[in-house]
Write a protein that binds this ligand. Structure first.
Ligand code: GLC
Length: 809
């Protein structure tokens, strides 16, 4: 076992050489890319897996710490967890005790941190396995949830390698939360909890008579937590406990629970305890014996259903079948898209991990180790759902429907809302409502399925369904009504950047980025409307677009780059003469992406991006960071300098820089950005965060921890990174009339290939470049026949197989 990692305060400059990569330090990808194996449990920060099905899930780190939720990872939390990122020792534990020697250890490091002879934590798609060897016992502990049922399953395999008979005791332990997390007021919350023990099923169960939520449906703190949960084991239990003090001992230590070895436990269940579950089973192993044991944590809405789920699932064959189904489901999910580039770790991310992070973490779990959200963000999960477009566009369609149903009849939308309680937040953000049209346009380009626009969906405050096309129309109308006398969109209480929360509260401040965003949407919907036969409306949109482009270029150009916004008092944000926030990334990248910038300005603003914002750890969201709070701007200025949006690399927006570089044909910049954003290419002692998923942010130069990644899992960059790799690096983009093939490969890549499903047919696309090739000019052949340009027409019917070759001219 190695000693704890020392924090490196002064990072080395430059991108770390391949040799120093994570592979050599704390772990590595398995060759198939679907598993990341952690071999040293003392990672610089917790390295988590977010495992979910559509309803429930669990978070688990390399130490074994984590929690379980159902339906809402904030309001429906089953097992208790406290965010302590240093000890990372809170959650579910599986103890093992040797009844002869009295030695106790855990099957994941926390909380006993034993001297394992061997340790691996294998984070995979849909499950995590701890492999440990300790005191002659080899253990494999796999945690996952059933692909469709609301039950968490553990498969535990114990092998006696010691050459002598062993009398062991296996004990599962966690605290019940059964409600809203975090749960800091335990003394209050435990007044409502109830536990019990069913000896026939060896099942400890829990419920809660008070759920501290407020909603129309449930009232204010006046309802039961709507779930029952039960822990059971495939082996008969010889002891069960429901009270924390009785299990640990008063002032006891989770590393050595006082009662673990006692022959008899005096059980404490009912309504007057500090609710936990501790379930102990004896396990006798002869020399060489190999035994498998299962645990289930079943969650249902009533006791009878929960019992039935325990009865059904607490069975080794059931658990094995579920694990096989989980593995197969994730493979099938990602099968329609496969990229192969010279950067192996990027392939692993693009083929599996980015999609997994977006689906399991963002769309289903809506949880990270750093944020238990549970809510849907109107703009967030819509953007995330684009991850489905090349995989299964119907899933994106469902997301569009769900979000449309969270629009108000006046066209505005809930910034976020909680499933279960439907509590939501109405705000003055200016962009939220428009993401519905953004994602729908991308869905239309991908599928050609205009029928979605006729689908009836109600509004939050008007149950009369209206077609999605009408939802989109109302959002545009609402947005148009918020235009300044200069023809620019008002920013209101912020736009994509939440932290610009005070810029336009008086409805005078303007957003240049919103201008760019809206130009793209007007363009898209002019096209869509024309295709729908509404020539007049299409024409109106084109005229609006042209006026807006003019206004942005007239009032938004700062001389070397685009400004970001104007404040209510007219002060410019993102201007060269400012002390802080002189230049903002999004105001440049979206000007390029949406063709707002004329060609010369596009070149100049991207030069400014390279000069001021691009660092070896990625492009900063803005620079310099705000050094002190500015109430006129908003909470972005209240973050410590260099953190998150305040001058860090905000990876969600950084992905758009890759896209803009690709659009400009700047292969050198594409290569640099790709490398800097790939978490598996970082030195983990500088980066700290997981190498297999995207962090939300990376500290900028004003932070003493420049280059430190944070807020992993819960970030919109997962779906976006997958999308920009496919669309702007490999250059395979769905347009209205086919797939555009316009790659911008990093200079060090001689070739790459993509397998992609498109409108039901499968395409294998090989991209080849010669060293002197010019970016942007390609010859394309389809099944051996040259095409007139680089637009691949849609397949004539689904189920076709095609081979495409893209050669740089
Ligand atoms: C957070 C929000 C997201 C916003 C971003 C930038 O990630 O969830 O909606 O766009 O911050 O401020």
């Amino acid at each position: 076992m190695s000693t704890p990692t020392k924090v490196t305060r002064k990072p080395a400059a430059g991108i770390e050489p391949e040799a120093a990569r994570v592979a050599d330090k704390y772990g590595r990808f398995e060759p198939d890319g679907r598993t990341f194996v952690i071999t040293n449990p003392r990672t610089p920060r917790p390295w988590a897996n977010l495992i979910a099905n559509r309803r429930m899930g669990l978070a688990v780190t390399q130490s074994g710490s984590g929690f379980t939720w159902i339906d809402n990872s904030q309001l429906g939390v089953i097992t208790r967890w406290q965010q302590d990122l240093v000890r990372d020792a809170s959650g579910k534990v599986l103890y093992i005790r040797d009844a002869d020697s009295a030695a106790v250890w855990s099957l994941a490091p926390a909380p006993t941190w034993p001297a394992y002879d061997r340790y691996q934590c294998r984070h995979s798609l849909g499950f995590t396995t701890f492999i440990t060897e300790c005191q002659g016992i080899r253990a494999e502990w796999t945690l996952f949830c059933h692909p469709t049922e609301t039950v968490e399953l553990w498969k535990v395999r114990l092998v006696n390698q010691s050459g002598r008979p062993r009398r062991l005791q296996l004990c599962a332990y966690f605290e019940w939360c059964m409600g809203v997390s975090p749960d800091p007021r335990r003394e209050f919350h435990k007044l409502f909890a109830e536990t019990g023990y069913d000896p026939v099923r060896s099942c400890i169960f829990a419920r809660n008579h008070m759920w501290d939520v407020h909603s129309e449906h449930y009232g204010h703190w006046n309802s039961d937590f709507p779930y029952f949960a039960g822990l059971s084991c495939t082996e008969p239990a010889d002891a069960a406990q429901g009270d924390k003090a009785a299990f640990l001992g008063m002032y006891g230590d989770p590393a050595a629970p006082a009662s673990l070895g006692a022959v008899e436990w005096e059980p404490h269940f009912g309504r007057h305890e500090d609710p936990i579950a501790a379930l102990r089973s004896p396990v006798m192993l002869g020399p060489g014996d190999d035994r498998t044991i299962g645990y289930v944590l079943a969650i249902e809405t009533d006791r009878a259903a929960m019992d039935a789920l325990v009865d059904r699932s607490c069975d080794l064959a059931f658990i094995d079948a579920a694990l096989a189904a989980v593995k197969d489901d994730w493979l099938q999910r990602f099968a329609p898209l496969h990229v192969d580039t010279p950067d192996e770790t990027l392939n692993h991310l693009a083929n599996y991990w980015l999609g997994y992070q977006a689906v399991s973490g963002r769309l289903w779990g809506r949880a990270g180790y750093y944020q238990q959200s549970g809510a849907y963000g109107f703009r967030d999960q819509l953007q995330d759902s684009q991850v489905w477009l090349p995989l299964d566009p119907n899933e994106c369609r469902d997301q569009i429907r769900l979000h449309a149903a969270h629009q108000l009849a006046d066209g505005s939308v809930l910034h976020w809302w909680h499933p279960l309680t439907e509590q939501g937040l109405r705000t003055r953000f200016s962009d939220d409502l428009l993401w519905l049209s953004f994602v729908t346009a991308n869905y239309l380009r991908e599928t050609g399925d205009f029928a979605i626009l006729d689908e009836p969906v109600p509004f939050v405050d008007d149950r009369h369904p209206a077609p999605i096309r009408e939802h989109i129309r109302r959002a545009f109308e609402k947005s148009f009504s918020r235009t300044s006398p200069r023809g620019l969109p008002y920013i209101g209480g912020g736009d994509w950047n939440d932290g610009l929360s005070a810029v336009g509260l008086k409805e005078r401040g303007e957003s240049i980025w919103m201008g760019h965003f809206l130009v793209g949407l007007l363009n898209d919907w002019a096209e869509a409307l024309a295709r729908l036969g509404d020539a007049a409306q299409a024409q109106e949109f084109r005229q609006r677009r042209d006026r807006l482009i003019h206004a942005v270029n007239e009032h938004g150009w700062d001389g070397q780059w685009y400004m970001r916004a104007t404040l209510d008092d007219g002060t410019k944000l993102g201007t060269a003469s400012a002390d802080a926030g002189r230049i903002f990334l999004n105001a440049q990248t979206w000007a390029v992406l949406n063709d707002v910038a004329p060609p010369d300005r596009a070149v100049r603003c991207m030069e400014a991006v390279k000069q001021h914002l691009v660092t070896d750890i990625g492009p900063l969201l803005l620079t310099p960071a705000f050094g002190k709070p500015d109430p006129r701007v908003g909470y972005i200025t209240r973050y410590a300098p260099g953190l998150r949006e305040n001058g860090g690399v905000y990876t969600h927006a950084a992905c758009w820089a890759v896209a803009a570089a690709g659009k400009m044909g700047d292969a050198e910049l594409v290569g640099r950005l790709l490398k800097s954003l790939n978490p598996a290419q970082r030195d983990p002692d500088r980066f700290w965060a997981e190498p297999y998923v995207m962090p939300g942010n990376i500290d900028g130069p004003e932070s003493p921890y420049f280059g430190r990644g944070g807020w992993t899992w819960y970030t919109g960059s997962a779906a976006w990174f997958q999308r920009v790799i496919l669309e702007w690096v490999l250059g395979v983009r769905a347009e209205w009339d086919g797939l555009r093939l316009s790659p911008c490969l990093p200079l060090s890549w001689p070739h790459a290939s993509v397998r992609r499903r498109y409108r039901g047919s499968d395409y294998r696309i090989d991209i080849e470049r010669t060293p002197d090739a010019r970016a942007g000019h390609v010859f394309v052949s389809l099944d051996g026949r040259p095409l007139p340009d680089n637009l691949l027409p849609p397949p004539s019917s689904p189920g076709e197989q095609h081979k495409v070759v893209v050669r740089f001219a």
